[in-house]
Design a protein around this ligand. Sequence first.
Ligand SMILES: [Zn+2]
Length: 73
Amino acid sequence: MRILILIAIGLLLYIIIGNILRKNKLSSLEDTDPEKMVSCKHCGLHILEQEALKSGQSFYCSQSHLEADTQAK
Ligand SMILES: [Zn+2]
């Protein structure tokens, strides 16, 4: 009978820890959205924000487009 109690406690801990880990993962996803798409200011190409190069409020698909747009002014 004791082994059943141990299994029940183990399962309970597993569920509780799983919920905590899932909540942490969700809240960290909200901070940095990995799926967010932005468009290159120079050519309009859509890229993931995490892969884009940022200059001020503008995003660029590559270093050359960033330089082309910032040096044009
Ligand atoms: Zn571009």
